[in-house]
Design a protein. Sequence first.
Length: 157
Amino acid sequence: MNKLYITARQSRFRRLLQDQGGWTFIETIIVIGIILILTSSVGFVGYKYLDKAKQVTARNQVDTFVIALNNYLFDAQEFPSEEQGLNALWTKPSFSPVPEGWDGPYLDKPVPDDPWGNEYEYQVPGPHGLPFGIISYGADGAKGGEGKNGDICSWEN
């Protein structure tokens, strides 16, 4: 009876395996296509926020430079010259006017380029009677513009 029971059980198991066909190649391709469509649509939605994120990053970096320049002023009793530039916030200037009270670095890492790969422009004196100005010219790297090409300045909000 044991042998008969085992044979019947094996027979049922074989039928179960034969009844489970799985997915066909076409069904698999259709599922992959649907997944690709969904992921690409999410990518396009996220891509439109990339320009805004770069503008916010540039604004935050300019604000960080302003704070660091004020700390530099506190220690050195003057702002870096235009020739010394923003790099004076990272390394002590080696040419005139060499600040005796320099106690930097005033930034956590070297001065980065703006999010579009251009250098920030540092002006001494700044516009509107300000002691300095910092500008990122936006995505196009040229003065003026709107939206992603707009200028980001230390003297504007």
